[in-house]
Design a protein. Structure first.
Length: 299
């Protein structure tokens, strides 16, 4: 785990004298993910330090969640799926700032067309990695096309196992829930894309999450965090190569071309740029949007 620890000292005047008081910084844990690049940039530029915030960068999603579960961080990042995982033991957890969405990175493939899959007599074999956002993608797909789970044989498989499923053009209707870059192997076998997270109906988001107590007690600081995220995204658009050079140490040093390819599958957004249908689909998953912090300004 990479520890990027920052602290600030503030002055306080107490009665007759003046003394320095060290305020506890707000600690944000984050995993290694291109969508979080604005946060890395804000750290590298010293903006977080000025706002009395620091980051703990974990090497994996599980490690990131563990930092929050062990009280090493006050705020944690993750998708709606990680939100539901943490919610089991942290009942007061709420999303406060949505900062990116998958934009084509999460995909559903099939050897059949939508028209064929929605025929009354069609039975389907579905391959999905359970306990991931793949479950959410499948939920969206079933809801959009009014499909019955009773007509589906659902198999829990890793992405490596899913990639090995053969499209033998038999009578079986196959549905593969996957994501980049695993979809490339399946497409070479003839599987076709029938849904993706480019659609607002298939929304997969990353957000900063924290307790209701932290959200209330640090409201202004969290508003500053969203402002800094917006500012960092603006810096990317102003000078992509300089932005890349600044954040690449946090992303295991990809090439500029690889960095741009990763960004092509996401969109940076904020609480104000969520569309009504995105909010509707998140709320149908029981992912709350009512406590999102609003400060204005599109990303």
């Amino acid at each position: 785990m990479k520890l990027w620890i920052l602290g600030t000292l503030t002055s306080a005047f107490i009665f007759w004298g003046c003394s320095s008081v060290e305020e506890k910084p707000l600690v944000i844990s984050v995993d290694t993910w291109v969508g979080a690049s604005p946060l890395y940039y804000a750290h590298a530029m010293g903006w977080l330090k000025e706002a009395n915030m620091q980051i703990l960068q974990a090497d994996s999603i599980d490690e990131n969640l563990n930092l929050y579960e062990t009280n090493a961080s006050d705020v944690v990042t993750g998708t709606q799926h990680e939100y539901f995982r943490l919610k089991v033991n942290h009942k007061d957890l709420i999303p406060i700032i949505i900062y990116d969405r998958s934009y084509g990175g999460d995909i559903i493939l099939s050897n059949r067309t939508i028209q064929q899959l929605t025929q009354p007599d069609t039975k389907m074999r579905v391959y999905v990695e359970l306990d991931t956002v793949g479950e959410d993608m499948l939920h969206y797909f079933i809801a959009e096309h009014n499909l019955s789970r009773e007509k589906m044989d659902i198999f829990n498989r890793s992405q490596e196992e899913i990639k090995r499923v053969k499209n033998n053009q038999s009578n079986e209707s196959l549905i593969m829930v996957t994501y980049n870059p695993h979809d490339l192997v399946l497409k070479k076998q003839g599987f076709k894309e029938i849904a993706s997270s480019k659609s607002d109906r298939y929304v997969v988001v990353d957000a900063f999450m924290t307790s209701a107590q932290i959200s209330i007690g640090h409201k202004e600081q969290l508003q500053t965090l969203q402002i800094l995220m917006n500012k960092a995204v603006a810096a990317y658009h102003a000078n992509p190569k300089l932005f890349y050079t600044t954040v690449k140490p946090y992303l295991n040093d990809p090439s500029f071309e690889e960095f741009e390819q990763m960004l092509a599958n996401i969109r940076w957004i904020n609480n104000e740029t969520l569309t009504p249908i995105m909010k509707k689909n998140l709320n149908e998953l029981k992912y709350p949007t009512s406590e999102l912090i609003n400060i204005g300004g599109a990303m």
